[in-house]
Structure formats: C-alpha cells, structure tokens
Design a protein around this ligand. Structure first.
Ligand SMILES: [Fe+2]
Length: 454
C-alpha cells in the first residue's frame, strides 16, 4: 500500500506505478493528451495495479465511443476479480465504473460523490463526477461538485493538481450562468499553469457567451499552442469555427473543418462537433455539400442502435436530415430506422437516458427530420414544446445552441416571423455580442413588416 502525492492510498507496492497513475489523473483533469501513456507506464510498473484499469474503463465509457466494447470488456474483467484486497475507496471506484458501464449514470455519480464525501481530495472522482454531470445536463452540479471539494485543496502550498480543479470549477461556473466568476477562476488557473486546455476551453465558453466573435478568435488563436496537442484539439477547433462563423468568415470555417477537423473524425465527440458545425452552416444558408455530409453520415449511421446518449441520436438524425444527401430515399429509410430503434430502446430500461430519449430525444429527432424534409410548420410545432427541455440532453450551452438556432430557422422558413422575432429577442439578451443573431433579428423584423403590410 502506497500513497500518491495527494495522500491517497493505493494497493500496489510500486512507487513508480502510483506516480505514473497520479500523472494520468492530473492529465485527465487537464484534458491533456497523454493519459493513456501514463496508464500504460503505471501498468508496466505493476500489472496487477487495479486503478489504471478503472480509469481507462471510465474514460472509454464516458467517451461513448462507437467501437469500444472489447476494450471496455477488458477493463471490466481486469477490475472485477482483483488478486489483492482493495481499499474502500478503490472498491468504490470499481463499483462506479461497473455502474457507469451498465448505463447507470446516476448510480455512478452517487458512488463518486460518496467517495468525495470521505476523500474530497480524490481528483479522479471529482473529474469523473463533473464529466458525467456535464453529459447528463446537470450544470448546477458541474459547478457544485467542485464547490464541495474546494476546501480540501486550500492548504498552503496547494496540493499538486490544484490548477486543474480551478479549471474544472471555471467550466462549471460558466455552464451554470456565472461568466464573470468563471473568467476570474479560469485566469487564476492559467496564471498557475498555461498548459491547461480545460481552463482555456472554459474561458472560450465565456467568450462565446459574452464577447464579440473577433475577441473569441483572438482568444483561441493566442492560446492555440497550449491546446492544439490536447485531447480537446478537435473540440477547440470547433469553438474557433463558431467564432469564425459568427464573424461571417466562411472560408476560415471550411479551412479549419477540412484541414483539421475532418481528418480527425475518429471518435463520437469529434463526429458530434463535426455534424453540429455542418448543420450550423446549413442554418446559415451555406450548404457544406454532399461530400462533407456523406463522410460523417457513414460513420454516424454505424451507431444507429447504440443509444449511449440521446444527444448522439440527435446528431445522427441531423446527418440524416441534411438536404445534401445523394440518395434521398435511402436517407429517409435510415432516418426512419433510427426513430424505430429509439422507440424500441425506450421501454428496455429506466435510466436517465431512457427517460430523456423518450421525452426529449424522440420529439427532437422527429422535428429535425421534418426540418430536413422542409416541413417547417411541423418541425416548429414539434420543437416549441420541448425546446425548454434541451438541457436534459446534456453537454454544453454552446453545443446545445444548435437546437435554438434550428427552432429559429424553422420559424423563419415557416414564415412565422412573429415567433422567430420573439425567439431572436430572447437570444439577443442571452448572447448580446453575437453578430449573426443581430443580423437575423433585423432581417426577420423587416420580413414581418413586409408580411403585415400586405
Ligand atoms: Fe466546449
């Protein structure tokens, strides 16, 4: 039994294994790129060390990957029957990953919270709980699970990894509406260590909500050296594209998409961002073209029966609802298959995702399909009742904005300018510096005037 630099006990006799594992935990909390390398090294030092398997299992299952089953199975096998007696805290980590792998997000979170009640310094439990709160749309707890552990990190000197905790907290603050404090905490973290992709990312979200796009572009490019080699690089490029899109620089969006994002579409996170970006381009009146959609659709359709998250299903439907597909009949058949598969999935369990799929995911997927079929009145009537429920799909405010944009565009295309203007008035208050919103507002105001003059 040995202690890590945070004072937590681990069941191994290898000091190097504990140190490498601690580095992996910090890298995970920073969103750096070398988590796997540290885990491999920890296992090289002690092949019976359970915790690297736990971390890897959580990482795979939280990633919601499309082809992770075998790797996940290997992790679960490795942790299910340890040769040595684990500590209570390690056993709880094993329990959490098993629950998460079984689709029980609530059970996994409760288990990590139980660990944190006794060991608030456990950075792994903090990072995994915050990450899962994000995926299930509990933005208050993305913030508060950090608030609850902060006193444990307040010693002098601060424990190693403190700046990651600040980065995680900054993002929670932004997602729960406190952009001012989020910026303060993110900058505090970056003053301690500029190589903190998650803190740079949290600040990027603050810029997305509160600053004009040119300042967002400057933020992302100024800090690029510190995020381009991280596991967030595709997502950060997506954020950069959002700023370019709002600024009206389509050439820059396509250059980033084709040059950086497209060749890296090898996990569900990248696919979701790619899909969302192409959909936003469509909503902006620019068709990204059949080829770009086809490359994404082919990979996403493979996950039609996955249902790891309603959020993924919605993005598969986006790809199937685009108007650029070569074979429209085949596209419609695949879209129908997805809706049928979601309906069959709903009665198979009672997890958060089953409920959200039924109450939010299904009507939203039907709405996106109607939108793609140019049935804008139908799309609007399906979207309006559930648009306040979008947070239940999880992920970030910036990512969910694609839904708000679709509701507005459905109203405009349905020539329901009064509804569009009301929605845009709301959006103008939420994101006062968005150029595209202000442009759309003026355009819709004029269209309403012309419509009512007739
Ligand atoms: Fe983000």
């Amino acid at each position: 039994m040995l202690q890590c630099p945070l004072g937590l006990q681990y069941t191994t006799e290898s000091k190097d294994a504990v140190l490498e594992f601690h580095k992996a935990v910090v890298a995970l909390a920073e969103y750096s790129s070398n988590v796997s390398t540290f885990l491999d090294k920890a296992l090289e030092c002690d092949r019976n060390f359970i915790m690297p398997h736990v971390l890897r299992g959580c990482w795979i299952v939280t990633g919601g990957g499309l082809s992770f089953d075998e790797k996940l199975k290997a992790c679960l096998t490795a942790v299910s029957d340890p040769d040595t007696k684990l500590t209570w805290r390690e056993s709880k980590h094993v329990e959490a990953v098993q629950k998460r792998a079984a689709g029980d997000a609530k059970g996994a979170i409760d288990t990590w919270e139980e660990i944190l009640l006794h060991y608030p310094i456990d950075l792994l439990a903090t990072r995994l709980a915050a990450g899962l709160y994000f995926l299930i749309g509990d933005s208050t707890n993305i913030r508060d699970c950090l608030s609850r552990v902060l006193p444990a990190w307040s010693s002098t000197p601060t424990p190693p990894g403190y700046e990651c905790v600040l980065g995680l907290y900054a993002f929670g603050l932004e997602e729960s509406g406190d952009c001012r404090k989020a910026e303060e905490i993110a900058r505090q973290a970056l003053d301690l260590n500029p190589d903190l992709p998650w803190a740079i990312h949290a600040l990027g979200h603050v810029y997305e909500e509160t600053r004009p796009p040119e300042e967002g572009i400057e933020h992302m490019t100024t800090w690029k050296l510190h995020w381009i080699d991280s596991i967030l690089s595709v997502h950060m490029t997506w954020h950069l594209c959002l700023f370019y899109l709002d600024f009206g620089d389509l050439a820059a969006v396509l250059e980033e998409y084709d040059g950086y994002m497209k060749p890296r579409m090898d996990d569900i996170f990248a696919l979701v961002d790619g899909c969302s970006l192409l959909w936003r381009l469509e909503c902006s009146g620019f068709s990204p073209g059949e080829e770009r959609w086809a490359a994404l659709t082919e990979k996403l359709v493979a996950a039609t029966d996955n249902h790891a998250m309603a959020w993924f299903d919605l993005h598969i439907m986006m790809a199937l609802s685009c108007k650029s597909a070569k074979d429209q009949a085949a596209r419609l058949l695949l879209a129908k298959n997805l809706l049928d598969s979601m309906s069959e999935y709903v009665p198979t369990g009672k997890t958060i995702n089953h409920v959200v799929t039924q109450e939010v995911g299904l009507p939203m997927c039907e709405a996106f399909l109607a939108y793609g079929n140019e049935e804008y009145d139908k799309a609007l009537s399906l979207l309006l009742p559930v648009r306040r429920q979008t947070a239940r799909l999880g992920w970030s405010i910036a990512q969910r904005h694609v839904i708000f944009l679709t509701v507005v565009k459905a109203a405009i295309n349905a020539k329901n300018y009064r509804t569009a203007l009301a929605l845009l008035s709301e959006l103008k208050e939420l994101k006062p510096k968005h150029i595209a919103t202000a442009r759309m507002f003026s355009m819709v105001k004029e269209q309403l005037y012309q419509q009512e003059k007739k």
